[in-house]
Design a protein around this ligand. Structure first.
Ligand code: NI
Length: 159
């Protein structure tokens, strides 16, 4: 595994739509492992999408520190959304800022795992928030695009 550079907000790639992964090659597996390592490095993040390391492919990794551990999503599809929650979010690609976003309270998602096996799961609360945030990255949307007006704040100059 290796650390990859994180693309930040000025880069127009973050507003592009990512493409489906047709085949889970060793190169894709390495990409996803590298994304996870980059996310865990220095405890910086709870989710990362491929576009954030400059690769326009529909994959993301999430680990909110709960019993699920690391979850890998390839070609995900959110198939239902229920309820609403107001979430405070940040993003590795938007260092030093936070903002509040309305997200569904509960979702159902289908995807392939890193071995190419289909799986589906329900998620709620923080996990649903994190998955929706990463899912948005696949369509070129940042939390700052969705933030409730007036809620973007500078939180930490060094991140
Ligand atoms: Ni993000």
């Amino acid at each position: 595994m290796a650390l990859r550079n994180i693309v930040t907000e000025e880069d127009p790639i973050l507003h592009k739509k990512s493409r489906e992964i047709e085949e889970i090659t060793p190169r894709i597996v390495k990409l996803i492992d590298d994304m996870a390592e980059t996310m865990y490095y220095d405890n910086r993040g709870i989710g990362i999408a491929a576009v954030q390391v400059g690769v326009l492919r529909r994959a993301f990794v999430v680990d909110i520190g709960d019993e699920h551990g690391r979850l890998n999503f390839i070609n995900p599809e959110i198939t239902s959304r229920e309820g609403e929650q107001r979430c405070s979010e940040g993003c590795l690609s938007v260092p030093g800022k936070s903002g509040e976003v309305m997200r569904p309270q509960k979702i159902h998602i289908r995807a392939l795992d890193i071995n190419g096996n289909p799986f589906e799961m329900d998620a709620e609360g923080l996990l649903a928030d994190c998955i929706c945030h990463e899912y948005d990255h696949l369509d070129g949307i940042l939390f700052t695009d969705r933030a409730i007006p007036g809620t973007i704040e500078v939180v930490n100059a060094e991140q």
